[in-house]
Design a protein around this ligand. Structure first.
Ligand code: SAM
Ligand code: SF4
Length: 340
């Protein structure tokens, strides 16, 4: 008699990796224009191509039913999408008994003075805030349109509301490379973790990326001259490798897609605001969900099957290269579309 082999619970890709983490870009729009992320004259998508908040919520629900237990809202700037708090509240209601373990947000901080309390009330406990520099002039240059006070006020409002904060900083050659000592000290002083990110070749930004790229291996060895970095096996389910800064007691993470490939432990997929699911940040293969969500004949079981089919195509990894011979980005879409 043939024995019945139980199907694995949740979503497992062809390489045996369990996919339990969904990043959702809720908008491609942003109130800033960071130089490594967007061109200054971005053309944004027409509204009809963007999933409604209800469509995003339904798709997230289908992922949660298949074992996704962590969702991060990102963008573009997630907190500038009109009505986004209804989505946050609806997802927040799925925390714990609803199957979701954690709901987080990655933001540039500009809206946090207004929204931090609401995020906490909806169940968000941790956020990532992008802040590449503490220097007001450098901040204005990197973000093109930003004022550092607005982001700093947002960060401190979030802290006052009780959110745990991780500061994300993209390491940029000749821009903020001499500031990391100061940022480690500042984060230590205020109780924030810090995560440094290498620039990734995503989307045309109207400039040459080889001018921006700064390997974190170099940053790390420079930091070691002033700080004791104790390697840590702490993981957030993300690609960062962490150390504890002995002098401050805070964590510092390094996301090094260029110098260290983190694909073997990848547990995530990314949904764009148009309903395209990218199974890998650095590959073009994708699954389309917008038509399915708008097709009345596709029920939740159909949606679940489409998700399983997509995960069955998750590639082994990416192949990012930044060098002078290869000027074009590895993939054409911007980070603001796929979500950071
Ligand atoms: N607007 C929000 C923010 O800035 O945090 C969320 C979206 S943003 C695309 C998410 C993260 O991606 C940010 O920390 C940003 O610094 C990072 N990012 C954007 N473009 C990048 C690139 N080309 N390489 C590496 N990180 C990038
Ligand atoms: Fe906007 Fe975030 Fe991209 Fe900066 S990194 S332009 S804040 S989406």
């Amino acid at each position: 008699m043939q024995s019945l082999v139980p199907l694995p619970a949740g979503l497992v890709d062809p390489f045996g990796r369990t996919v339990s983490y969904l990043r959702v870009s809720v908008t491609d729009r942003c109130d800033l224009r960071c130089v490594y992320c967007m061109a200054e004259d971005m053309t944004f998508l027409p509204k009809k191509e963007i999933l409604t908040l209800e469509e995003i919520d339904r798709l997230c629900g289908a992922f949660i039913a298949l074992g996704t237990d962590k969702i991060r809202l990102t963008g573009g700037e997630p907190l500038v999408r009109k009505g986004v708090m209804t989505l946050v509240r609806s997802l927040g209601a799925r925390l714990n008994a609803g199957g979701l373990r954690e709901l987080t947000v990655t933001t540039n901080g500009t809206q946090l003075v207004k929204m931090a309390d609401d995020l906490v009330a909806a169940g968000v406990r941790r956020i990532n805030v992008s802040l590449d520099t503490l220097d007001p002039a450098v901040f204005a240059a990197v973000t093109r349109w930003g004022k550092i006070e607005q982001t700093l006020d947002g960060i401190f409002a979030a802290r006052a509301a009780g959110l745990a904060i991780k500061i994300n900083a993209v390491a940029l050659k000749g821009v903020n490379e001499n500031e990391f000592d100061r940022m480690v000290a500042w984060c230590g002083e205020h109780g924030f973790d810090l995560c440094l990110i290498e620039t990734m070749p995503l989307g045309d930004i109207g400039g040459d990326r080889t001018d921006q790229y700064l390997p974190l291996s170099l940053v790390r060895s420079r930091l070691r001259q002033s700080w004791t970095l104790e390697d840590s096996d702490y993981r957030t389910g993300g690609p960062a490798r962490y150390a504890t800064v002995k002098e401050t007691g805070r964590r510092i993470g390094f996301i090094t897609p260029m110098t260290h490939n983190f694909c073997e432990s990848c547990n995530r997929v990314r949904l764009t605001c148009t309903g395209t699911l990218f199974m890998c940040l650095g590959q073009d293969d994708a699954a389309e969900f917008r038509q399915l969500l708008r097709d009345p004949s596709v029920d939740d079981a159909g949606l679940a099957q489409a998700i399983r089919d997509a995960i069955a195509r998750k590639p082994k990894g990416h192949d990012f290269v930044i060098d002078r011979r290869r000027k074009a980005p590895a993939v054409a879409r911007h980070m603001s579309m796929t979500g950071g």
